[in-house]
Design a protein around this ligand. Structure first.
Ligand SMILES: Cc1cc2nc3c(=O)[nH]c(=O)nc-3n(C[C@H](O)[C@H](O)[C@H](O)COP(=O)(O)OP(=O)(O)OC[C@H]3O[C@@H](n4cnc5c(N)ncnc54)[C@H](O)[C@@H]3O)c2cc1C
Length: 456
């Protein structure tokens, strides 16, 4: 066992974010000594587990909670995952091709869908508009007992479902297959990080100490706690939002079916997904409710929670603004009721029936052991709830906060962090090899990756 050894880079957290960084550093740089700490006995036991998230590769084409600008960024990030899966032969083991659609119900939503289609079709030329006649044979369950008109905007045969735990394992294997010194420290919880006088970092774990020239903290809900412990990111607080799911007892749909977003709501509208852990039976969700936890199915660390909530006058104002809006108030209340055993599905069924009107309460069961915690970030200075990822980048140390679509963005975030670490260590990043294997886009596609590169 190597104790007190100096590593070039230490990664804290073996979710999909930590593992994608490990892969990127090991394969595309001349950095030789890398250590990854994971407090559980396997990678991706928390949010990156397929039981915790919706298993979606967010491409931005059917997610009506994204603006066109956000969709462009997500599209390029998602292409990196798609390219990895295709180039490293992980089709049908990590990533799965299927059909997907955004469903509009009622005349108002159909008009909105048509407008969205005309705005988005240039970015996603493969998108098609599907009318009721087409849908009746393509996904018949969508029309059974349906009273209102529907229309969908969809795509066929795309990589749509990802098992992000298997993806993490594949990243680790690729890193171990290089000739670098890669240390995987499972069952080892980092308890403290300090900067030493020589500019290197001391990492204290529950068993020993290590030193590293650079660190990336990809510890999900805990990343901000580490940052604040070191005096960074005091302007942020965490709002932990739980997300649960409901199963049907059989496979009712072949496609992922997303629904139209109520623009007033901060969290994405529920969707129906064929679940790769349940024989592709249909899974509905996620719900969204505030829960005083940082990990969905593990014990509560009160001290960490209080630290993460970081409640003061600015945070209270963000909560009050959320509660002021009657739509959001109703939504929060409804989502809380959906967590109550037996009663929950009586309330949730209305959302699920928007997708499959013939669904009965008895067809649904609460997905016990499924669901995760989204560590949403509150920007205290701007008194605003941030909906995407956040990053604190300091001299040789980076902290990533990764609510949805953090799994989809993991390789793009890893690329940014790899460049920053290479700059810090005066090491080189093999951009040509990375572009060939990971970044390549569809022919003539507009690229937001160039924007990311220029910003680094
Ligand atoms: C309900 C729900 C649905 C979602 N659906 C999607 C989706 O469909 N598509 C998508 O792209 N994203 C989705 N997301 C978001 C996605 O799951 C996350 O963005 C992503 O998994 C974050 O990865 P991560 O590696 O940053 O965090 P995590 O997966 O949480 O990993 C953090 C790791 O750090 C480890 N760790 C923490 N503290 C320490 C410590 N002190 N020492 C050592 N190790 C430590 C943890 O054990 C864990 O393994 C969803 C999230 C939720 C909650």
């Amino acid at each position: 066992m190597i104790i007190n050894k100096l590593f070039d880079t230490a990664i804290v957290g073996g979710g999909v974010a930590g593992c994608s960084l490990l892969f990127t550093l090991a394969r595309y740089t001349d950095i030789n000594n890398i250590i990854l700490f994971e407090k559980y006995d396997e990678v991706s036991q928390l949010n990156s587990n397929p039981k915790a998230n919706s298993q979606t590769l967010h491409v931005g084409d059917i997610e009506s909670n994204y603006t066109l600008d956000k969709a462009k960024k997500v599209k390029d990030s998602s292409f990196m995952i798609k390219n990895y899966i295709e180039n490293f032969n992980e089709i049908d083991s990590v990533g799965f091709r299927s059909d997907k659609m955004l469903l509009a119900v009622g005349d108002k939503e159909i008009e909105e869908l048509k407008t969205r289609y005309s705005e988005f079709k240039e970015l996603y030329p493969y998108l098609e508009l599907w009318d009721e006649e087409f849908l009746a044979t393509f996904e018949p369950k969508l029309l059974e007992n349906r009273k209102e008109p529907i229309m969908a905007m969809g795509a066929r045969g795309q990589i749509t479902t990802i098992d992000y735990k298997k993806l993490s394992e594949s990243f680790v294997q690729q890193a171990l297959d290089t000739n670098k010194n890669i240390q995987m420290r499972y069952n080892e919880e980092v308890t403290k990080i300090t900067r030493e006088e020589d500019g290197y970092y001391k990492i204290t774990s529950d068993t020993t100490n290590f030193r590293a020239k650079s660190i990336v903290v990809n510890a999900g809900a805990y990343s901000l706690l580490f940052a604040q412990d070191m005096g960074y990111g005091e302007e942020y607080a965490t709002l932990p939002i739980g997300g649960s799911f409901f199963f049907t007892k059989e496979k009712l749909l072949n496609s992922k079916v997303y629904t139209m977003q109520n623009p007033k709501l901060p969290f994405a509208a529920i969707h129906a997904d064929p679940d790769c852990t349940q024989n592709w039976n249909t899974r509905f969700g996620p719900t969204a409710f505030a829960l005083p936890k940082l990990e969905r199915y593990h014990s509560l660390h009160i001290k960490d929670l209080i630290h993460a909530l970081n409640i003061d006058i600015d945070v209270t104002k963000v909560y009050m603004n959320l509660f002021k809006d009657s739509t959001i108030r109703r939504y929060i209340f409804k989502n809380m009721i959906e967590e109550i055993p037996l009663v929950g599905k009586e309330v949730f069924i209305k959302d699920a029936q928007k997708v499959i009107p013939s669904l009965k309460v008895s067809d649904l069961k609460f997905a016990e052991g499924y669901g995760g915690m989204r560590p949403q970030i509150i920007d205290k200075k701007r008194q605003e709830l941030l909906l995407g990822e956040a990053k604190i980048s300091e001299e040789g140390i980076i902290f990533n906060m990764t609510p949805s679509p953090g799994a989809t963005s993991s390789l793009a975030i890893a690329m940014q962090d790899t460049k920053a670490i290479c700059n810090h260590l005066s090491k080189s990043f093999d951009l040509v090899k990375h572009q060939r294997e990971i970044q390549m886009l569809e022919k003539n596609a507009p690229s937001a990756i160039d924007t990311i590169q220029n910003a680094v």
